[in-house]
Design a protein around this ligand. Structure first.
Ligand SMILES: *[C@@H]1O[C@H](CO)[C@@H](O)[C@H](O)[C@H]1NC(C)=O
Ligand SMILES: *[C@@H]1O[C@H](CO)[C@@H](O)[C@H](O)[C@H]1NC(C)=O
Ligand SMILES: *[C@@H]1O[C@H](CO)[C@@H](O)[C@H](O)[C@H]1NC(C)=O
Ligand SMILES: *[C@@H]1O[C@H](CO)[C@@H](O)[C@H](O)[C@H]1NC(C)=O
Ligand SMILES: *[C@@H]1O[C@H](CO)[C@@H](O)[C@H](O)[C@H]1NC(C)=O
Ligand SMILES: *[C@@H]1O[C@H](CO)[C@@H](O)[C@H](O)[C@H]1NC(C)=O
Ligand SMILES: *[C@@H]1O[C@H](CO)[C@@H](O)[C@H](O)[C@H]1NC(C)=O
Ligand SMILES: *[C@@H]1O[C@H](CO)[C@@H](O)[C@H](O)[C@H]1NC(C)=O
Ligand SMILES: *[C@@H]1O[C@H](CO)[C@@H](O)[C@H](O)[C@H]1NC(C)=O
Length: 649
C-alpha cells in the first residue's frame, strides 16, 4: 500500500494530462426534429422538451405558458416555474413556495401557511449541496419535515446583538441548516410556541424555506418588512438534481422497458444515488472531476505530500473504487451511518477495503478536506482502523479504510445473548478503545476528536482486538450553533448532553459517548431502545437511576455477575458514571479512563497480586501511601485507592 510521492506525482500528472487531452467532440443529441429549444429567456435542452414527444420521458416534459398578467412566457413543471436547466451538472433551478407565520394586526391573530413541495415520483431531487434550510425571524423556531427528516433551526434577536446585512448566525434574525441528500418533498412548519404576536411592530413575520444558498443574502429588511415574501410572490429559488430514471447506469442499460439514454459514443453514463442516472458528455465529465478535486483540496494535499516523504496514503480514482465495490452495489453495504454509507470492496491487488461515501459537507469543510486527510493519514495506532486513502474527484469525498473482518462491538454484544463474553474480554475491548481515543486526543494539535463514539464504530479483529473506526467523522460534525439536525436515531443515546447545548464538540464529548459504550459492555443493553416506556429508553438514564437507587446489580449482565466480580464491576460502573457527568469538566480525560481500565484489567488478570502487595503496587504504579494500607490486609480499600477510582480524586 506504500505509495511514494514520485509515483503519486506521476499519477497526478497523468490524470491531469488525461483531463486536458479528453475528446473534444460534441455528443449526438437525442432530440427529435421540430422541437422547440427555448421558452421565453430559458433554454430547454434535451432530455427536456416542451411536448411529451420532445422529452425523453414524461418527467422531462415542461410547459411553456404565459401566466395571467405577464408579458413573457415561463417554463413550468406542473405548477412550479423552472428558470434554468444545466445538462452538464444535471441540475435545474426552480421557484418553490416558502412558509410563513405572521401576526395579522386587524384580526389580532397569528396565521401561518405551511407550504410544501412534492416531487416524489419525478426525476427531481433537492440538491443537498446547493440548498439550505433558511429560517428568518426574531422569535422563530421552524423546520422542514420530510419522510425521514426534521431539519430546522432557531432564529432569535437580542438587544446586544445588532442585526447585520449578510450575516445569518442564529442570534440576529436568521439561521440556516444543511439539507440531507435525497429529499423529494417537504413541508415547512413553525413551532407554535414561538411567534411574532408580541413583536409584530418590529417583525411581523417568521419564514422558513429551502432555497439555493448562493441566492440568499440576509437583509435586515427581511425582518422589518414583508419584502422577502413580496419580491417573488412568496417563492424562493431552489436547485434540483435530476436523473433520467431512478436506475443505475447498469440497470438502465439492460432494461428493455425504458430506452437507455446515453447512447452517443461520446457520452458517458453518470450515476446519482438519489436522482437516478444521466448522461454527460465525456469531456465535461472530466472537467467536473477536476473541479471537485480542486474543491476538496486535492492540490493542496499533493503539495503537502511532496514535503512529507513516505506517507502511506493513496488518492484513489473514482473508477478504481467503482470497480472495488461493484459500482457501490447494495450487496456490498457494510453499514449506514449519520455521515454516510460504508461499502466493502476489494482492490485489484486483492486487498480488502472499507469504502465510505460521505454525506454532504459544506464549502468550508470542502476546502479543508485535503488538509484534514493529511492529518488523519498519519494516524498510526494498533487500535485504530487505518485510513488508506481518499477519493476527491467526486462530488462528496470518499474515504478508504482497511477492512476489519469480524464485525462491530455492537454485533458482539447485542446479536446473540447466549454467546459468552468474559469480563476480561470486555475490559480489554474497553481498554483498547479508550487507548485509541486517548491517542487521537493527544497525537495532534488541535486534538482530533472522534465525534461519533459508539459500539457500531468499534470494530473487532479475529482475536477481538478493538479497532476504533470512523474517526474522520468529527470533521464532518456540524458545529454551527443554529443547526439542529434530527436525522438518525442511531446516535441517540450516545450524544453528549453538553454538545446539545453548546454545539461544540470537545474531547469530553468522546468521553461521554465512551461511557455509554462501557455501559453496553457491562449491561449488554442497547444505548437507546425505541421500545419500552419513555424513561427506560436511554441506557445512560437507566444506569444513573440504578446507581442512585443502589440497584446497580439489576442492570448488569448476568454473564459477568458473580460474587468475585462484584467489586470490580462497581469500579467499572463508577468509572462509567464519571464519564457520564453532565458537565464535561467533571469527566475524566480519555487518558485517565484508559489508565484506569488498564489497572483494573491487570488486577483481575493477576489475582495473585492479592497476596503480594508489593507486586500489586508495582503493577498499579501508584504512590507508596497505598502500601501501608495494603499491608493492613484490607485490600478492598487499598485497591480502590490504588486505582484512583475514589470519587473526588
Ligand atoms: C402542461 O399543461 C397541460 C395542460 O394545462 C397539463 O395537463 C399538463 O399536466 C402540464 N404538464 C406539465 C409537465 O406541467
Ligand atoms: C388579516 O386578516 C384580515 C381579515 O381576515 C384579512 O382580510 C387580511 O388580508 C389579513 N392580512 C394579511 C396581511 O394577511
Ligand atoms: C441592509 O440593507 C438594506 C438595503 O438593502 C438597507 O435598507 C438596510 O438599512 C441595511 N441594514 C443595515 C443594518 O445596514
Ligand atoms: C404566540 O406565542 C405566545 C407566547 O409567546 C402564546 O401565548 C400564544 O398562544 C401564541 N399564539 C399562537 C397563535 O400560537
Ligand atoms: C425497467 O424500468 C421500469 C420503469 O422504470 C421499471 O418499472 C422496471 O422495474 C425496470 N426493470 C428492470 C429489470 O430493472
Ligand atoms: C459509435 O461507434 C461505433 C464504432 O466505433 C459505430 O459503429 C457507431 O455508428 C457509432 N455510433 C454513433 C451514434 O456515433
Ligand atoms: C448463540 O451462541 C450460542 C453459544 O455460543 C450458540 O450455541 C448458538 O448457536 C448461537 N446462536 C446463534 C443464532 O448464532
Ligand atoms: C473472524 O472472521 C474470519 C473471516 O471472516 C473468520 O474466519 C473467523 O472465524 C472470525 N473470528 C471470530 C472470532 O469471529
Ligand atoms: C476494611 O475497611 C472497612 C472500612 O474501614 C471496614 O468496614 C472493614 O471491616 C475492613 N475489612 C477488613 C477485612 O479489614
Amino acid at each position: 500500500m506504500e505509495f511514494s510521492f514520485s509515483r503519486l506525482l506521476l499519477f497526478c500528472l497523468q490524470a491531469l494530462w488525461a483531463l486536458a487531452a479528453a475528446a473534444d467532440v460534441p455528443a449526438a443529441r437525442g432530440r427529435p426534429a421540430g422541437c422547440a429549444t427555448r421558452c421565453g429567456d430559458v433554454d430547454v435542452p434535451y432530455p427536456f422538451g416542451l411536448e411529451p414527444r420532445c422529452a425523453i420521458n414524461d418527467g422531462f416534459w415542461l410547459n411553456c405558458t404565459t401566466p395571467v398578467g405577464h408579458a413573457t412566457p415561463t417554463l413550468q413543471y406542473i405548477n412550479v416555474e423552472v428558470t434554468k436547466i444545466s445538462v452538464e451538472d444535471g441540475k435545474a433551478w426552480l421557484k418553490t413556495w416558502m412558509s410563513r407565520q405572521c401576526y395579522n394586526q386587524s384580526t389580532n391573530q397569528v396565521f401561518q401557511n405551511n407550504a410544501w413541495i412534492g416531487f416524489a415520483g419525478s426525476p427531481y431531487v433537492l440538491s443537498a449541496d446547493d440548498n439550505m434550510v433558511i429560517v428568518l425571524g426574531c422569535r422563530s423556531m421552524a423546520y422542514m419535515l420530510s419522510d425521514a427528516y426534521i431539519i430546522g433551526c432557531m432564529s432569535t434577536c437580542h438587544e446586544d446583538v445588532p442585526l447585520r446585512n449578510g450575516s445569518c448566525s442564529g442570534n440576529a434574525g436568521c439561521c440556516q441548516a444543511d439539507l440531507p441528500r435525497g429529499v423529494q418533498y417537504y413541508q415547512g412548519f413553525f413551532n407554535d410556541f414561538y411567534n411574532t404576536s408580541e413583536i409584530w411592530r418590529r417583525t411581523p413575520c417568521n419564514y422558513v424555506t429551502v432555497m439555493e444558498s448562493a441566492a440568499f443574502t440576509f437583509s435586515t429588511t427581511y425582518l422589518t418588512s414583508t419584502v422577502f415574501y413580496d419580491t417573488e410572490d412568496g417563492r424562493t429559488p431552489v436547485v434540483m438534481e435530476w436523473g433520467i430514471a431512478r436506475q443505475t447506469c447498469e440497470q438502465a442499460k439492460i432494461n428493455k422497458t425504458t430506452p437507455y439514454a446515453c447512447v452517443s459514443n461520446h457520452s458517458d453514463c453518470v450515476d446519482n444515488d438519489y436522482a437516478g442516472y444521466r448522461c454527460r458528455e465525456r469531456r465535461k465529465l472530466h472537467r467536473i472531476k477536476e473541479r471537485y478535486f480542486r474543491q476538496h483540496g486535492g492540490l493542496l494535499l499533493f503539495e503537502e505530500m511532496k514535503s512529507q516523504q513516505g506517507v502511506a496514503f493513496k488518492i484513489f480514482s473514482e473508477e478504481e473504487l467503482q470497480q472495488a465495490t461493484n459500482k457501490f452495489d447494495e450487496q456490498q453495504v457494510l453499514g449506514h451511518g449519520g455521515h454516510g454509507t460504508v461499502y466493502k470492496g476489494v482492490l485489484k491487488s486483492d486487498t480488502e477495503i472499507a469504502v465510505k461515501r460521505c454525506m454532504t459537507i459544506d464549502e468550508q469543510q470542502k476546502k479543508e478536506f485535503g488538509k484534514e486527510m493529511l492529518i488523519l493519514s498519519q494516524i498510526n495506532h494498533r487500535n485504530i482502523v487505518k485510513l488508506l486513502g481518499c477519493c476527491l474527484e467526486v462530488e462528496v469525498p470518499i474515504l478508504v479504510y482497511e477492512f476489519i473482518p469480524n464485525g462491530t462491538l455492537f454485533d458482539l454484544i447485542h446479536q446473540n445473548h447466549s454467546r459468552y463474553i468474559s469480563l476480561d474480554t470486555r475490559l480489554r475491548i474497553a481498554y483498547e478503545s479508550a487507548e485509541a481515543l486517548a491517542y487521537l486526543h493527544s497525537c495532534a494539535s488541535p486534538p482530533i476528536l472522534h465525534g461519533d463514539v459508539k459500539s457500531t464504530n468499534i470494530l473487532l479483529d479475529g482475536d477481538y482486538t478493538a479497532k476504533v473506526s470512523d474517526f474522520g467523522a468529527s470533521i464532518l460534525a456540524p458545529n454551527d450553533k443554529s443547526q439542529f439536525v434530527t436525522v438518525v436515531q442511531g446516535t441517540c443515546g450516545y450524544l453528549d448532553p453538553e454538545y446539545m447545548q453548546t454545539y461544540q464538540l470537545t474531547d469530553k464529548s468522546d468521553v461521554y459517548s465512551f461511557g455509554v459504550v462501557l455501559l453496553e459492555l457491562l449491561t449488554r443493553k442497547k444505548a437507546f431502545n425505541l421500545e419500552g416506556p419513555e424513561h427506560d429508553r436511554s441506557l445512560s438514564m437507566r444506569f444513573l437511576y440504578a446507581m442512585k437507587e443502589n440497584k446497580l446489580e439489576d442492570i448488569l449482565d448476568d454473564q459477568i455477575k458473580n460474587s468475585e466480580n462484584t467489586e470490580y464491576l462497581e469500579e467499572i460502573a463508577d468509572l462509567a458514571r464519571r464519564c457520564l457527568e453532565m458537565s464535561g469538566m467533571n469527566r475524566p480525560s480519555m487518558k485517565e479512563v484508559a489508565d484506569k481500565l488498564d489497572r483494573l484489567r491487570k488486577i483481575i488478570k493477576h489475582p495473585w497480586a492479592h497476596e503480594n502487595p508489593e507486586e500489586l503496587d508495582s503493577l498499579l504504579g501508584e504512590p507508596s501511601t497505598v502500601t501501608s494500607t495494603s499491608t493492613t490486609g484490607n485490600f478492598s480499600i487499598a485497591k480502590k485507592a490504588a486505582m484512583g477510582l475514589e470519587s473526588g480524586r
